[in-house]
Design a protein around this ligand. Structure first.
Ligand code: URA
Length: 199
């Protein structure tokens, strides 16, 4: 697909998400949050669901967890505008409760379409729900965080959710070390894809 066609297709999915009524979250949201970033990003970050600030602004990761994510990205030399950031669920669950399986299911097609259009080389999942939705339903985030897995040609890297470090300081060190490890994984992956390999 030519680049402008591909950007148009991505904008169309975003419009569809903004008007979506596939699950009851549409009745309590203020704004749906499709995601943002480069339409041809090499790296995608996928979180859980919008919180209060994201729901108010219609943008992903702009509250406290988002500021931490932006700073962690900066600490490994990544500007958030260079990647694509989204969530498995595009509307805020009331009171920031965990997303329900049927809400994740209702939104899944949007996420898979975004991935198919953006074609990232690497997808970094943030927290348990994103890892279990995209990598493996039984994945244990405490055992598997920081360990990359290749599925259908995409390198998936599960890491802790930045909000975990805000609520429980014991996660802060693990999150920082996941981001340092992520820098190494990205460098390796970019080197090998530039050389034409995919393993
Ligand atoms: N937490 C998420 O998982 N996503 C956001 O967009 C904000 C906070």
């Amino acid at each position: 697909m030519a680049s402008s066609e591909h950007e148009t297709a991505l904008r169309e999915v975003e419009e569809e998400i903004r008007r979506c009524r596939r699950c009851p979250l549409c009745r309590t949201r203020r704004r749906a949050v499709p995601g943002e970033g480069r339409p041809d990003a090499d790296i995608m970050f996928v979180g859980e669901a919008p919180g209060g600030e994201e729901d108010a602004q219609g943008r992903p990761f702009v509250g406290a967890a988002g500021r931490l994510l932006t700073n962690l990205l900066r600490s490994i030399g990544i500007d958030r505008r260079e990647v694509f950031i989204t969530n498995i669920v595009k509307c805020r669950p009331p009171g920031n409760r965990d997303p329900l399986p049927e809400e994740i299911e209702a939104c899944n097609e949007y996420l898979l379409t975004q991935i198919a259009l953006i074609k990232p080389k690497i997808i970094c999942t943030l927290g348990r729900f994103a890892a279990q939705t995209l990598i493996a339903g039984n994945l244990s985030i405490s055992r598997e965080h920081g360990k990359p897995r290749r599925l259908s040609g995409i390198l998936y890297v599960p890491i802790f959710h930045p909000a975990a470090a805000l609520h429980q300081p014991r996660f802060a060190d693990a999150l920082e070390s996941d981001f340092r490890a992520l820098r190494g994984i990205l460098d390796e992956e970019m080197k090998s894809t530039r050389m034409g390999g995919n393993n």
